[in-house]
Structures are given as structure tokens and as C-alpha cells.
Design a protein around this ligand. Structure first.
Ligand code: TXA
Ligand code: MG
Length: 340
């Protein structure tokens, strides 16, 4: 049975306390963060963490992020905290930044997928922080979607994937950022960007200087031993996704051309982007890159429900949140990209 706790209008502590009780009992609780919804369990309870992998159908070698509500919790989870990690944590936590650090003995190996490192973040969301505080434990939580599906940005999305399969969903409304956290590996020098996300790379570089971008961020096939998550297909709707990248007017013309071509083949066509098109389904993402990021996963899920055969997606400039948006779009397309 799944209990849905509604705190959309007002965050009442007694309600969060019920969910915290579930966490302490080794149960699974989906909760909102500022990025996407997480599927949480007590990070120090191996059996509870195993259930996360089972529920998601997640490969055992793809490690989870541990969510914390205080700096003291970081000291327990990480063996060492380099100066740069401290600088970033002070500047950006709570926030959409995940730090990969050497793990301490207390972190169960199921969480790290056998790695000697651990990924940690302090989410900037009142409900998430309250849940961690009241359960008095760090919470391991991947995005609350079935493995391979777009991440959930509302409790409704979580229910689509997990209703009846987990004990509790906290409904805190739609998430503010809409793409997952930025993941930085600080166990190497220079630090490595493993996943672009809600905190722009430019902001991080202002604090600690240049960061190497892992080639997998652009989809190049490389050794993924350090970041196992990168080798799996992600965000994939059932329809074929094609990303069209380039200057706006050219992208627009190319998409119009493709709509005509697919229609002639008898296919149902969807478009996601900032323009209006004469397609079977059009999902307007917004004009700013922040709006586009916020609506991206919702759009992919929506397109799936409409049963379109092909989804054409407008590319965006890879600045700020644009790097995360393009990374998710390319993955969703399985790297079917047209450059104009
Ligand atoms: O915004 C977010 O980060 C959301 C919310 C719920 O906090 N969580 C999230 O978790 O996106 P997940 O499991 O969907 O993605 C975690 C990413 C994966 O790509 C995983 O491979 C990587 O972080 N990761 C986790 N631990 C790691 C480690 N020790 N070394 C390298 N990468 C790691
Ligand atoms: Mg995920």
C-alpha cells in the first residue's frame, strides 16, 4: 500500500514525521527536492537500500546519492573532505550540487556500487531537509523513476511509476529546477564534472577554478568505471526522439521539414521546444533555459502518453542550465542528433 502525504499547501511537521517513521523502519519514501523527486531510504540500512535498487530495476553497479541536512553528516560519510569540497559546500549547499568524495567505513557498499567513493548532497527543499532531520539518518535517494524513464518532477510522475510498490509518497507539488543535481568528482585533480545539472558549471568554476568535463557528458563512449551511471540509457520515452541542434531559425526550418516528412510516412509527430509547429502534439517548454529545464521531463512523459511515434526536440545553447538540458535531450534521443 502507498500512503500519499499531501503537503502542497502547507508543510505540517506531523505529516513529515509519519514519513520519517517509515524511513526509520527501513521503508521507501518518495519526496520532493528542488531538482526532481527522490526515492529515499535509510542510507545506513543495507536492506532498505537494496529495496531501492529492486523497486527501480536499477543495475547494482550504479551508485546512489546520499542526502544530508547538516555538515556534521558529511563528516561521518566522507573519509576526507578536501578544501575545495568545503568551499563548494559552504557556497552552494543546500543546493543542486552533488560532491563525490572518498567514502568512510559507515557507508554501505550497496550504495556506492562497490566504489570507494560516495556521492553526497544537501538538497535545498524544506520538505527534504525536514524528512532527513526528523528521521535522524542520512537518506539514500536516486531519482524516483523506474530505471531508464524520465525523472519525476511531480508526485503524480512518482505515482505513475511506483504506486502500490513503495510505502509512501510525499506530495510537495512540482519541483523548482526540474533537472537533477550537478555531480562533481573531487577525488581527482582537476575535479571532474560527471553530470551537468541544476547548478551551472560556470558557477562552480568561479569558486574552485577550472573543471574537466568528463567526455561521457557529451555522450562519447569512454571508460565509465568511475561513473557507472553514464553507461546506461536514460530518460527514454517509448517514441523515437530526434534532437535538432543549431541556430534557432535553421532548427525551426529543419523541424518543419521533418514534420512534413514523417507525416507523409504516416507517423504521428510530437515537438518539444519554444516554437509553435503544425505537428500532432506540441509541448511548449518555455522561453528561458530555466523554464525549459523545469518542463523538460514533464514534456517527455507527456509525449509518451499521447502515443506519438516520433518526438522532435529543439536544441538549446550549452550555457548555464543549457548544458544539463542538452545532456538529457541527447541521452533521451539515444544520440540521434541532427546538426543544422
Ligand atoms: O538531483 C538529484 O541528484 C536527484 C535528487 C533526488 O537528489 N538524484 C539523482 O540521483 O538524480 P540518481 O541516482 O538518479 O543519479 C545519481 C548519479 C548517477 O549518475 C550516479 O552514477 C552518480 O550520481 N553517482 C552516485 N554515486 C557516485 C559515485 N560514488 N561516483 C560517481 N558517480 C556517482
Ligand atoms: Mg536518475
Amino acid at each position: 500500500m502507498t500512503i500519499i502525504i499531501n503537503v502542497r499547501e502547507r508543510i505540517e511537521e506531523w505529516k513529515i514525521r509519519i514519513a520519517a517513521g517509515f524511513i526509520r523502519e527501513g521503508k521507501l519514501v518518495a519526496f520532493p527536492t528542488e531538482t526532481v523527486y527522490g526515492l529515499g531510504a535509510n542510507a545506513l540500512d543495507e536492506n532498505a537500500v537494496k529495496r531501492i535498487f529492486e523497486a527501480k530495476g536499477r543495475p547494482a553497479d550504479n551508485p546512489l546519492i546520499i542526502h544530508i541536512a547538516s555538515f556534521e553528516q558529511l563528516e561521518v560519510l566522507a573519509k576526507e573532505i578536501p578544501e575545495e569540497a568545503e568551499m563548494l559546500a559552504k557556497r552552494f549547499w543546500p543546493g543542486p550540487l552533488t560532491l563525490v568524495l572518498p567514502k568512510s567505513e559507515v557507508v554501505p557498499r550497496v550504495i556506492t556500487g562497490g566504489l570507494d567513493t560516495v556521492a553526497v548532497r544537501m538538497p535545498a527543499h524544506e520538505i527534504a531537509l525536514k524528512l532527513i532531520e526528523l528521521s535522524e539518518r542520512p537518506i539514500a535517494a536516486p531519482s524516483a523513476n523506474i530505471s531508464g524513464k524520465p525523472s519525476p518532477t511531480s508526485a503524480h510522475h512518482v505515482a505513475e511509476d511506483f504506486y502500490g510498490k513503495i510505502e509512501c509518497i510525499i506530495d510537495g507539488g512540482e519541483t523548482r529546477i526540474g533537472v537533477e543535481s550537478t555531480v562533481i568528482d573531487l577525488t581527482e585533480w582537476p575535479p571532474v564534472l560527471l553530470r551537468p545539472g541544476g547548478l551551472p558549471l560556470e558557477e562552480i568554476e568561479k569558486v574552485i577554478g577550472e573543471i574537466r568535463i568528463h567526455p561521457a557528458v557529451y555522450g562519447k563512449s569512454v571508460d565509465t568505471a568511475k561513473a557507472p551511471g553514464m553507461k546506461y540509457r536514460h530518460y527514454a520515452p517509448s517514441a523515437e526522439v530526434i534532437v535538432v541542434e543549431g541556430p534557432r531559425d535553421k532548427v525551426r526550418r529543419k523541424i518543419e521539414e521533418l514534420i512534413a516528412k514523417f507525416k507523409e510516412e504516416g507517423k504521428k509527430v510530437g515537438v518539444i521546444g519554444s516554437g509553435s509547429y503544425d505537428a500532432d502534439e506540441v509541448f511548449y517548454l518555455g522561453d528561458t533555459v530555466e523554464e525549459i529545464a523545469r518542463n523538460l521531463f514533464k514534456a517527455l512523459r507527456h509525449m509518451d502518453r499521447t502515443g506519438v511515434d516520433v518526438i522532435l526536440a529543439e536544441g538549446v545553447e550549452e550555457k548555464g542550465l543549457g548544458l544539463a538540458v542538452m545532456n538529457r535531450l541527447r541521452k533521451a534521443s539515444g544520440y540521434r542528433i541532427i546538426k543544422v
